[in-house]
Design a protein around this ligand. Structure first.
Ligand code: ASC
Length: 230
């Protein structure tokens, strides 16, 4: 493989950025907020950033690049499709649970739902992601779709997948910003308290993670080599 060492260095960097993002989201909710629970309180809301960062960003990012891991090229294509679909299914479930946490918290506190741009784009991302998963399963995993249909749908699937992933990261940045403005009162966000610095760094890490995944996913020479009857 051309540039194997470079691929591994990028992969290690992406895994580190993703892993530290998850840790930062946990430090945020446990150290600076009230932790996690499922009782309609602000602690139920806190599942939202944790599950989005873990599932909708980190796991989705890994799902995108599984075909490009060179040591999987000797595994069957079907197995890799199941891993790709399985990781995306886990990410979808975590994204849905993360939204339920917000709705339950809002409803328990009489906070309006679905008014912010973050919520509009976020809900659209979850809907398109679920549609993408369903269509990908029907076209690429079930044995019914003819090869010409698979070939025609593939560029759309790749384009939609990368666009949804980038949109999810942009939406997470909006959500992080909203939450800091809402919850930092004394001292305010503008006074740069430690929580604000930590969470700004979380946003920066999400952008770095996204940039690395999109780079690895878009280099043609790191594609899984085509095989007969695949
Ligand atoms: C599949 C599969 C591929 C593509 C190809 C059409 O289901 O395994 O490699 O679709 O057949 O682009």
């Amino acid at each position: 493989m051309e540039g194997y060492g470079r691929f591994l260095a990028l992969l290690a960097s992406a895994l580190l950025a993703g892993f530290v993002s998850v840790i930062f989201s946990l430090v945020w909710v446990f150290h600076y907020r009230e932790g996690l629970s499922w009782d309609g309180s602000a602690r139920e809301f806190n599942w939202h950033p944790v599950l989005v960062v873990t599932g909708f960003v980190f796991i989705q990012g890994i799902a995108i690049i599984v075909y490009r891991l060179p040591w999987t090229w000797k595994c069957s294509k079907l197995l890799m499709k199941f891993i790709h679909a399985g990781l995306n299914t886990i990410a979808m479930i975590l994204a849905i649970v993360s939204m339920v946490a917000v709705f339950e918290y809002h409803n328990a506190r009489n906070i309006p739902n679905m008014y912010s741009l973050h919520s509009w784009i976020g809900l659209a991302a979850v809907i398109f992601y679920s549609l993408q998963l369903f269509l990908g399963f029907a076209v690429f995993l079930l044995p019914f779709a003819p090869v010409p249909l698979r070939a025609a749908f593939m560029p759309i699937h790749v384009y939609l997948g990368l666009t949804i992933f980038a949109t999810v990261i942009a939406t997470a940045l909006m959500g992080i910003t909203e939450k800091l403005i809402f919850s930092l009162k004394n001292p305010a966000y503008s006074a740069s308290p430690p929580e604000a610095t930590l969470v700004n760094c979380l946003g920066l890490l999400l952008v770095i993670f996204g940039a690395l995944i999109l780079w690895m996913a878009s280099r043609p020479h790191w594609k899984r080599p085509p095989e007969e009857n695949a």
